[in-house]
Design a protein around this ligand. Structure first.
Ligand code: SF4
Length: 188
């Protein structure tokens, strides 16, 4: 069977996930669905997600999921790409949904933070990473996703419970809006 034929027979829904200004904790928690991931993969194909496939950028997908705040200029580009290429956009976790713990940096000056991390703490003998590696410019504040793009679904928590995240995907596959009950809200 040719590869082209195999692709046309794959009628699974497609999902792309991105990590903006997050700690990857939401993605790591999602993997705690353990063997249920195998069942989920019968209905879902992950087109991009750093936890599962080594695919850069945001391809077209039925569901686009973002973790983390919008905290630098690159995050804006990725968020806009997610919105443009995905039919439904989901904010995973308090950072993406509400701005969360990652916004604690909002009281500090972005330039001073960059200098402290990449210059002041650098070994005097080594060259500054800031000179060699392009670091995306920090925005004045870290903000939630819906301040930059329209968001269709919010999954709160830090990180959200793995089952809640999986249920969110399954509900969307059934054409339903995921319901988050208080008992399932998780802040670990
Ligand atoms: Fe990390 Fe919590 Fe933010 Fe998810 S919501 S990216 S786990 S800090």
């Amino acid at each position: 069977m040719s590869q082209a034929t195999a692709q046309t027979e794959d009628d699974r829904a497609t999902v792309a996930t991105v990590c903006l200004g997050g700690c990857s904790g939401c993605h790591m928690e999602f993997l705690n669905i353990d063997h249920d991931l195998v069942d989920l993969l019968e209905d879902v194909k992950f087109e991009a997600s750093h936890m599962i496939v080594d695919e850069k950028g945001v391809p077209e997908a039925d569901i686009g999921i973002a973790e983390g705040v919008v905290t630098n200029e690159e995050n804006i580009e990725v968020a806009e790409e997610l919105r443009e290429n995905c039919d439904t956009v989901v904010a995973w976790g308090d950072c993406a949904a509400l701005r969360g713990i990652m916004s604690l940096r909002n009281d500090d000056d972005p330039d001073e933070m960059i200098d402290e991390v990449y210059l002041d703490k650098a070994d005097e003998e080594s060259e500054s990473p800031r000179d060699d590696v392009p670091v995306p410019a920090l925005l004045e504040d870290a903000r939630p996703l819906d301040e930059y793009i329209d968001v269709d679904v919010y999954i709160p928590g830090c990180p959200p419970d793995a089952e809640v995240m999986a249920h969110g995907i399954e509900a969307l596959l059934d054409g339903e809006q995921p319901e988050i009950v208080d008992e399932k809200l998780q802040y670990d």
